[in-house]
Design a protein around this ligand. Structure first.
Ligand code: PLP
Length: 459
């Protein structure tokens, strides 16, 4: 790698002096250098010391689905920016129209794409749509939004109000009223819900949502917002039967189903969207990270035509969606997203994801046979987690210090692995893996081997 700087230490010092990093206690930078990533190619990144890493987290936060260094995305963005970089407000743009059409072709039953910039923001759009429908259609009723324990929908104040991760929420309240929590659906921790694991668990866990609806009053609930597979809250795929029952409950009580695909969307789970594995039909779908694999900032709030229709009424001057995101008018996002989607199709990356999922899950399950610290391996596609415990019987979560030591060991071996850190206090004990969808068998084997060594050395 050619470092583009004459003096890497000056960059590190500038960063230490002036950059406020996300999600970290800055005291740590008094003893260790902030990590500066300089270059990426395929599955690999190089840091400012020149060290090479396999990135098993797709840019730290499950984003770079098609891998680094994609010149054709950069070229498409460059060409578009030279032609027209931006136009916002009521006008459309060519890449905005083209990407909306391509996206909807992958989402039967959905019809409209509303552009924004981040996952949080896309979710806020969904919440605002539900609130406006409550006022306009339901006479002020059906204004509450249900969200699930452990799910995360973003960092803005509205999204935090819908946040099921207490560590992210603590000290930022009070939050907006009207967001109501429902229980999680982690079968491995069924006992916490007073339920039995096994064939009936999925339906029973979904029925806990119904209990909340009945307690609150169905006529007060406008939407249920869920991740298809919970990400930062523990990498939790839904148990058998869960989604069918959730859909049934939503239909019975006329509750809109808002699926947050910010992590799962655009190939991560081996389907275009996570919800598509479970045969459900959402009303609102939000997405961000994988939409353009981090080559440009873009998020989308996608709705059915039925939702959209509620806002089409010129007899009422307030009935249109009174919302804008300035940078929803950046053309780099949809230009990058079009190429990103073309790459996934041309390189058969959904198929590769399913093939590599099998290898990754087999590898992790083999580790679980050797290391008692692995309580459960779970996930969907190239989105897998290994919940770490002190004791398999009690399922007591492994401490954050030990989990941190495993991550640091992997990092020292040149493999970037994640964990559900900074989410639920005392429950930041799941190793997270979301390699790019281009991962090869060798990449997967190296990732598994690094975890094997790290757990072996830690215990
Ligand atoms: N929804 C989910 C499921 C997420 O994991 C995240 C971020 O990690 C968000 C929403 C928020 O996205 P952003 O950080 O782009 O605002």
């Amino acid at each position: 790698m050619n470092l583009p700087f004459n003096d890497p230490s000056a960059i590190v010092e500038a960063d230490r002096a002036h950059v406020w990093h996300h999600l970290i206690q800055h005291k740590s930078f008094e003893t260790v250098d902030p990590r500066i990533i300089v270059e990426g190619k395929g599955m690999r990144v190089w840091d400012i010391t020149g060290k090479e890493h396999i990135d098993a987290m797709s840019g730290g936060v499950w984003t770079v689905n098609v891998g680094y260094g994609r010149e054709r995305i950069a070229d498409a963005v460059r060409d578009q920016l030279v032609k027209l970089n931006f136009f916002a407000g009521a006008a459309g743009t060519i890449p905005g129209s083209q990407f909306a059409e391509r996206l909807i072709s992958k989402m039967p039953g959905l019809a409209r794409v509303y552009y924004a910039n981040s996952g949080s923001e896309a979710n806020e759009k969904g919440f605002k749509m539900v609130r406006q429908i409550a006022h306009k259609v339901h006479g002020g009723k059906k204004w509450k939004i249900l969200y699930r324990d452990r799910d995360y929908h973003g960092t803005t104040m509205g999204a935090l109000a819908a946040g099921g991760q207490d560590e992210r929420n603590a000290q930022y309240g009070p939050f907006a009223p009207g967001f109501v929590r429902v229980p999680h659906c982690i079968e491995y921790r069924a006992h916490e819900l007073g339920l039995e694991p096994g064939p009936g668990f999925g339906v029973a866990a979904a029925n806990l949502i119904e209990e909340v609806i009945l307690r609150e009053g169905p006529d007060t609930i406008g939407a249920l917002c869920l991740e298809p597979v919970t990400a930062g809250g523990g990498v939790v795929p839904p148990p058998e039967g869960y989604w069918d029952r959730v859909q049934e409950i939503c239909r019975q009580y006329e509750i809109l189903l808002h699926i947050d695909e910010v992590v799962c969307g655009v190939g991560r789970t081996g389907a275009w969207f996570g919800y598509q594995h479970y045969g459900i039909q959402p009303d609102i779908v939000t997405m961000a990270k994988g939409v353009a694999s981090g080559y440009a900032a873009i998020s989308c709030c996608v709705t059915t035509e039925a939702v959209f229709e509620q806002f089409k009424d010129d007899s009422d001057p307030m009935s249109y969606f009174r919302d804008i995101s300035t940078f929803g008018g950046c053309t780099a996002g949809p230009a990058a997203a079009l190429e990103n989607m073309a790459i996934i199709e041309e390189e058969n990356l959904l198929e590769n994801t399913i093939r590599m999922e099998e290898r990754l899950v087999d590898g992790l399950n083999r580790l679980a046979e050797r290391h008692d610290a692995i309580g459960q391996v779970r996930g969907k596609g190239l989105f897998q987690g290994a919940e770490l415990v002190k004791n398999r019987e009690s399922k007591e979560p492994l401490g954050e210090k030990e989990v941190g030591a495993i991550l640091a060991d992997c990092m020292a071996q040149g493999v970037i692995v994640g964990a559900t850190n900074r989410s639920v206090p005392g429950r930041n004990n799941t190793l997270c893996l979301s390699p790019a969808l281009i991962a090869t068998a060798d990449d997967i084997d190296q990732i598994v081997e690094a975890i094997d060594g790290a757990i072996g050395r830690m215990l």
